[in-house]
Design a protein around this ligand. Structure first.
Ligand code: BGC
Ligand code: ZN
Length: 367
């Protein structure tokens, strides 16, 4: 079977590989689930791995199959699998457990190990292929009514974990009634963060670079959010005009925004950081002022990396609620399909250069 792979560390090594088709029995104890891949999304992580910036092959392999945003259908299950059956739609959890206590309790996303395991990213092959086998513990069932948008679940979990952890942290306040939220970035993650915060009933302002008219701004307004281009209204100006925010979700990939966000946070507020920034950028910041306001305002800042089963399940519920509340909205995020694994060049071209792309994804097989 075909797969899209890279040689980690080698820039632009993306290529089509030929691999043996896996079997249910590849996993012992009768707990194997064979999944036929239908769709796989790609994002900045795939781009950076193909640029050679990071990524690691599994032990004993010189290549890494890419793809961590999966959506597939169960083709066969081992005799001891009761959780799933043939025909079920599933999304695979990206992280696999390491050795720390957090891994042992089912939260490998909170691992304290130095090496971690992520499908298509670090030490485990990804899903840009035709089939894979995994245990039911690592598969999350999607209702069939969500099959057209199921490929959005993995990026949604990034947002789910960040927001759920923010609410968890805010239990320190005994009572927390957040009203005003800001989202930094209006790409896929920014749009999904806007959605999840709107579903929680918050007033949301989402900041992006691009000026209107802009599809992403339309999408934000379609769910009752407010869009601001920072070219016209920089974040700190917006704070003067609109006030500060109780919760801020940062997903721009541009680290200086973190320090502006710290200054845009209201008293008792919480700032969630989700951008993986591999660079070496330096900025000057008003350190005394930021620190003072954090101390006197009891503010919190938390980092979040994706994601354990709990957040995948939350994501399924929120995607279902989104379909009910804003029918057709999620589908509008699926802007750039590419048919067939063999068109991997086109997939990466769209990922790096397509103007106006929200979600670029490979249609491995029809849903
Ligand atoms: C993925 C996450 C992953 C993170 C860090 C993101 O692109 O969606 O699942 O944890 O990269 O590798
Ligand atoms: Zn990703």
């Amino acid at each position: 079977m075909k797969a899209i792979a890279v040689f980690p560390g080698n820039p632009n090594s993306v290529h089509l590989a030929e691999l043996p088709k896996p079997k249910v029995t590849d996993i012992g104890s009768g707990r194997g689930v064979l999944v036929r891949v239908l769709r796989v999304g790609v994002d900045g992580t795939d781009r950076e791995i193909n640029a050679g910036e990071y990524g690691a092959a599994p032990k004993g392999s010189d290549f890494l199959v890419l793809g961590h945003e999966s959506f597939g259908q169960v083709e066969a299950v081992g005799p001891n699998v009761t959780e799933l059956k043939r025909g079920d739609y599933v999304v695979a959890i990206v992280r696999h457990p390491g050795t720390s206590i957090y891994d042992q309790i089912g939260t490998p996303d909170m691992t304290t190990d130095d090496t971690y395991f992520e499908h298509g990213i670090s030490r485990v092959h990804g899903f840009l292929t035709e089939y894979y086998v995994d245990e039911p513990e690592f598969l999350v069932k999607m209702p069939q009514g969500l099959r057209e948008v199921g490929v959005l679940l993995e990026p949604t979990t990034v947002v789910e974990k960040g927001i759920a952890q923010a609410y968890e942290i805010q239990r320190r306040l005994r009572v927390w009634h957040p009203r005003r939220a800001a989202v930094m970035g209006a790409g896929t993650i920014g749009l999904l963060a806007t959605l999840v915060l709107r579903l929680r009933g918050l007033e949301v302002t989402t900041f992006g670079l691009t000026r209107k008219p802009y599809l992403n701004a339309d999408l934000i307004e379609a769910i009752g959010g407010r869009y601001e281009s920072t070219q016209d209204l920089p974040v700190l100006e917006a704070v003067k005009a609109l006030g500060r925010f109780d919760i801020i979700f940062e997903g721009t990939g541009f680290s200086p925004i973190v320090f502006e966000s710290m200054q845009a946070l209201a008293k008792n507020g919480v700032l969630v950081l989700s951008s993986v920034t591999g660079g070496n950028r330096k900025v000057e910041v008003p350190a005394d002022k930021i620190n003072l306001e954090f101390v006197l305002g009891n503010k919190v800042m938390v980092g979040t990396v994706n994601a354990s089963r709990e957040y995948f399940e939350m994501g399924v519920r929120d995607l279902a609620q989104a379909e009910a509340e804003y029918p057709g909205w999620l589908r509008r995020l699926l802007t750039h399909p590419v048919k067939g694994l063999e068109n991997f060049q086109e997939l990466f071209e769209k990922l790096t250069t397509a103007k106006g792309a929200i979600k670029v994804f490979c249609e491995v097989a029809p849903v």
